[in-house]
Design a protein around this ligand. Structure first.
Ligand code: IMP
Ligand code: MG
Length: 180
């Protein structure tokens, strides 16, 4: 098992598995006609996935505009749970097709907030692509249109995802198993 800075990390999804899935997901996405497509990467966790998926979209024949939004959830595990915008996109979304990209769909709060926001701003259609879907954690009904992998209910790191700001740079997705 890989040891990274003294921690054992069990690989769950390898770089090869992720690259292959990105390629097939991009083909699925490109199969539906798009109007003035704007891809929005939800930071920070999705930055590596978005960078790879966007290039796969190019290979699949799409030429999206690309934007970034930084969202943060507050009050995890308390009564007043919500999502706030840390940094907004600059582009107008009116009458455009939007593809939201995030790393993990868990409770669904983050992506529900982002999707509703884009519809309130007049988006024509909002689709959701996530690398990982932790279905067992969903609150309410929200599904992604494109899912890389269904993820078991472990805290995962790598490929953009962190624990306490660490491990975003790993080329694979893995589970921190403790000290080596
Ligand atoms: P949701 O709003 O509950 O769906 O949470 C989704 C967000 O929580 C994702 O965008 C991630 O940033 C974060 N998250 C959820 N599970 C994990 C994990 O296992 N590792 C790293 N970040 C996670
Ligand atoms: Mg996130």
């Amino acid at each position: 098992m890989p040891v990274v800075r003294g921690k054992l990390i069990e690989p769950l999804f390898t770089p090869e598995m992720i690259a292959e899935r990105n390629r097939t997901m991009a083909v699925e996405i490109a199969a539906n006609p798009k109007k003035d497509l704007l891809v929005i990467s939800i930071l920070k966790g999705s930055f590596i996935f978005a960078a790879d998926l966007i290039r796969a979209l190019h290979d699949a024949g799409l030429a999206p505009e690309v934007e970034f939004i930084t969202l943060s959830s507050y009050g995890k595990g308390t009564q007043s749970q919500g999502v706030k915008i840390i940094k907004d996109i600059d582009s107008d979304v009116g009458d455009r097709d939007i593809l939201l990209i995030d790393d993990i769909l868990e409770s669904g709060r983050t992506l529900r907030f982002a999707r509703d926001l884009m519809y309130e701003r007049g988006a024509r259609n909002v689709d959701i692509a996530v690398l990982l879907d932790k279905r067992s954690r969903r609150e309410g009904t929200l599904d992604a249109d494109y899912v890389g992998f269904v993820c078991p209910d472990y805290f995962v790191v790598g490929y953009g995802m962190d624990v306490a700001y660490a491990f975003r740079e790993l080329p694979f997705v893995g589970i921190v198993k403790g000290d080596a």
